[in-house]
Design a protein around this ligand. Structure first.
Ligand code: DGT
Ligand code: CA
Length: 596
C-alpha cells in the first residue's frame, strides 16, 4: 500500500507550487488530494486498478495521471523537474509546522539555510529572531516544529495503525491453533498516535502462528522470530510485535502489554498493598504456605524464598476483580483516576459505537466533498444511522468551495425534498461557518436562522494571539444560532500544533451559552481531545461527533470519534450523536430559547 508515499508526494508538490507563486486553487487541490488520500480506508492502488482515482476529492485528470505514473514507475517526472528549481533540503524545511514557502525562501536567501539541522542550529543560536519578520516567538515555534517533525516521523495516526492491524489480526485468526487474539498497547487504548502495533494471542503451537506472522505478504523485514515473541516491519515501516501467551496468563499479559505504563505502575502498587504481586504472568498471592516458590522471587533482603500462589491471570476481568476493582476499559487506562473510581464501582458505562445514531459533520459536493446529498444519506443509512448533518464550507473559504448565500438557500430546498421522500432517515441542513479574523461570522443571522445546524470554525488567522483566538471562539459561541464549535483546537497531528486558546475560557463560555463542542473524527484532527472532553463533561457541556468526511468512505471514521469520546470518559448522555432525530432537533433549539 503506497498511500503514505503518494500523500507525501502531493503535499510536496503543493508546497513547491506555492513557493513558485502558483495559483492558490491549484496549490489547494494538491493539498486537498493529499489530505483525502491520507484518510482513505483502502489502498490507493485499488483506486488506480478500478479507475476510480477521480472519485477522490481534489483528484482531477492531472493529479490522477501523476499518481498513476508514480505508482507504475516509482517516479514522477513532473516532480523531479519541479524540484530542480529549488535547493535540495528545502522540502525538509517546509515540513516544519509554521514554515511556509515565504519563510523558507527568506531563510535560504538570508541565512543560506538548506537543511533541518542547519535550521535547528540557527534557531538555537537565535539567528532567526534577528531576521526581518521573524521574532523570538517564531523562533521558539520553529524549534518546537522541528521536534514535531522528528516525533511525527516515528508515530502514525490511530486510523492508519488500525487499518494496518485489522488484516493482520484477521489473517492470524484463521490459524486453527490460535484461540484468543487481541491488540494491546496504545492501539488498544486508542491513543491518537501509535509507535508500534502490539498483538497478543494464545495458541496451541506457537511456531505455526509465528511462521504465519513473519510470512505475511505485507512484511518488509523480519526483526526477530521466537517461540514467545516475533517482530516484523511492515511495508509502511511500522513495527508489529506478536506475543504468544499461555492461556493461564493471557489476561494478565493483555493488561500488562495494554498499559499504559503508568496504569500498570499504579496497579502494581495497589497489588502490593493488598499482599499480591502482579506481572505479565498473573496475579499472585504472596506469603501463603501452599503454592509454588517463585523462580526469581526472593523477598527483598530476605534469604527465605517467597511463596506465591496464582489467584488470577487467565482473564482481565478476573485480575481486576481479585484486586477489588471494576473492569476498566482500555481507553481509560491512563492513570488519571480510573483505579480509584473502579475501587468505588464508579467507572461509567462509556459510550459505544452501537449508541451512535448520526454524524454531525459531513461535506457534500456543494462545497469540497465528493458525495451528493442523496449519496451521503444512503451511505449513512447503510451504516445503520438515522440522520446526518451535512455541513459545507461558508463563502469566505473560497479554496474549499465555500457557498454563497443563494446557494445555501438552494441546498436548504434540496434537503427539504430529500427529507420529504425519506421516512426513516433525515438530513439536517448544516453549514460549517467560518469565524472570521475579527470574530464575526461568515453569514448573517438571517441566513443562519434558516439552518438546522450551524457549526462554527476557525480556518484562517491561526497565528493570532491567544487572546484574539479565544475571543474569536467566544464571540462565535455568543451567537444564538451557533450550535457547535467544530475542531475547537485546530491541530493537525504531526503537522500543526493546536492554536493558542485559553481552554478554560472556551469551556466556561460553552457551558454558559449552551454551545456544543465537536469531537472531530477526521484522522489527523481528533479534536477536541480526550482530556478536554472530560473537562467539558464535568461542566455538563454536550459533545457532538463529526467525521468531517469529504468522501463517502470517510464517514466510517465515526469510530475514531467514539474512541476519543471513550478516552474522555464520555457516556451516551454526553454525546449528541446518540439521540434520535426528533430529540436532536429539540436539543438544537434549546440555545435559542434559553440563553440568548
Ligand atoms: P506506543 O507504542 O509508544 O504507542 O505506546 P504503548 O503504550 O503501546 O507502549 P509500548 O509499546 O512501549 O509498551 C506496551 C505496553 O507495555 C505499555 O503500554 C505498558 C507496558 N510497558 C512497557 N514498558 C513498561 C515498563 O517499563 N513498565 C511497565 N509497568 N509497563 C511497561
Ligand atoms: Ca506499542
Amino acid at each position: 500500500m503506497k498511500n503514505k508515499e503518494v500523500v507525501k508526494l502531493l503535499q510536496e508538490i503543493g508546497q513547491l507550487l506555492e513557493l513558485k507563486g502558483e495559483n492558490p486553487f491549484r496549490v489547494r487541490s494538491y493539498e486537498k488530494a493529499a489530505q483525502n488520500i491520507a484518510a482513505l480506508t483502502e489502498p490507493i492502488e485499488k483506486f488506480v486498478s478500478n479507475d476510480k482515482l477521480k472519485t477522490i476529492p481534489g483528484v482531477g485528470e492531472g493529479i490522477a495521471k501523476k499518481i498513476k505514473e508514480y505508482l507504475e514507475t516509482g517516479k514522477l517526472k513532473y516532480f523531479d523537474e519541479l524540484k530542480k528549481v529549488f535547493p535540495e533540503g528545502l522540502l525538509e524545511i517546509l515540513s516544519v509546522p509554521g514554515i511556509g514557502p515565504k519563510t523558507a525562501k527568506t531563510l535560504y536567501d538570508e541565512l543560506k539555510i538548506k537543511s533541518l539541522a542547519q535550521l535547528e542550529k540557527a534557531a538555537k543560536e537565535h539567528r532567526l529572531s534577528k531576521l526581518h519578520r521573524l521574532g523570538e516567538k517564531t523562533e521558539e515555534n520553529i524549534l518546537r516544529g522541528i521536534q514535531m517533525v522528528r516525533k511525527g516521523g516515528e508515530r502514525i495516526l490511530l486510523s492508519s495503525a488500525l487499518f494496518l492491524a485489522k488484516p493482520i489480526i484477521k489473517e492470524l485468526e484463521k490459524c486453527p491453533d490460535v484461540k484468543d487474539i487481541n491488540l494491546a498497547g496504545s492501539i488498544r487504548r486508542k491513543k491518537e498516535t501509535i509507535k508500534d502495533i502490539d498483538i497478543l494471542c494464545t495458541a496451541k503451537k506457537s511456531d505455526v502462528v509465528m511462521d504465519k506472522f513473519v510470512n505475511l505478504p505485507q512484511v518488509k523485514e523480519i526483526l526477530a522470530q521466537g517461540e514467545t515473541k516475533s517482530s516484523i516491519i511492515l511495508d509502511e515501516d511500522i513495527q508489529v510485535d506478536l506475543r504468544v501467551i499461555k492461556p493461564e496468563s493471557y489476561g494478565a499479559a493483555l493488561m500488562y502489554f495494554t498499559g499504559s505504563k503508568d496504569h500498570n505502575i499504579a496497579l502494581r502498587e495497589l497489588a502490593r498493598k493488598k499482599g499480591y504481586k502482579i506481572n505479565e504472568y498473573g496475579l499472585f498471592k504472596l506469603g501463603k504456605r501452599s503454592g509454588r516458590v517463585s523462580p526469581r522471587g526472593k523477598g527483598a533482603g530476605s534469604a527465605k524464598p517467597v511463596r506465591e500462589t496464582r489467584v488470577a491471570g487467565g482473564s482481565e476481568e478476573g485480575v481486576y476483580k481479585k484486586l477489588g476493582l471494576q473492569y476498566i476499559p482500555p481507553e481509560i487506562r491512563e492513570a488519571s483516576g480510573e483505579i480509584e473510581m473502579a475501587s468505588r464501582n464508579k467507572i461509567p458505562r462509556l459510550i459505544a459505537q452501537s449508541d451512535i445514531k448520526g454524524d454531525l459533520h459531513v461535506h457534500s459536493r456543494y462545497s469540497d466533498g465528493a458525495g451528493k446529498l442523496t449519496e451521503i444519506a444512503e451511505k449513512e443509512k447503510s451504516m445503520g444511522l438515522e440522520w446526518v448533518g451535512i455541513c459545507d464550507h461558508s463563502q469566505s473559504l473560497r479554496v474549499a468551495g465555500g457557498l454563497r448565500p443563494n446557494v445555501v438557500y438552494e441546498k436548504i430546498e434540496e434537503i427539504k425534498k430529500i427529507n420529504k421522500k425519506n421516512k426513516n432517515f433525515k438530513v439536517l441542513c448544516g453549514m460549517e461557518v467560518d469565524i472570521l479574523s475579527d470574530g464575526s461570522l461568515d453569514y448573517d443571522d438571517e441566513l443562519l436562522s434558516q439552518l438546522d445546524l450551524v457549526i462554527a470554525a476557525i480556518h484562517t488567522g491561526f497565528k493570532q494571539s491567544e487572546e484574539q483566538l479565544t475571543e474569536r471562539i467566544i464571540s462565535a459561541m455568543e451567537n444564538k444560532y451557533v450550535h457547535m464549535i467544530a475542531h475547537p483546537q485546530g491541530r493537525l497531528l504531526g503537522k500543526r500544533e493546536p492554536y493558542a486558546l485559553n481552554m478554560e475560557k472556551v469551556l466556561k463560555t460553552a457551558q454558559k451559552t449552551q454551545t456544543f463542542l465537536e469531537i472531530n473524527a477526521y484522522p489527523e484532527r481528533l479534536d477536541l481531545y480526550d482530556i478536554y472532553c472530560r473537562k467539558a463533561k464535568e461542566r455538563g457541556i454536550l459533545m457532538g461527533i463529526g467525521t468531517d468526511a469529504h468522501t463517502l468512505n470517510q464517514t466510517e471514521n465515526l469510530c475514531l470519534g467514539v474512541a476519543v469520546a471513550r478516552r474522555g470518559w464520555l457516556e451516551r448522555r454526553d454525546v449528541l450523536n446518540t439521540i434520535s432525530y426528533n430529540e436532536l432537533i429539540k436539543t438544537l433549539g434549546r440555545k435559542k430559547r434559553n440563553v440568548c
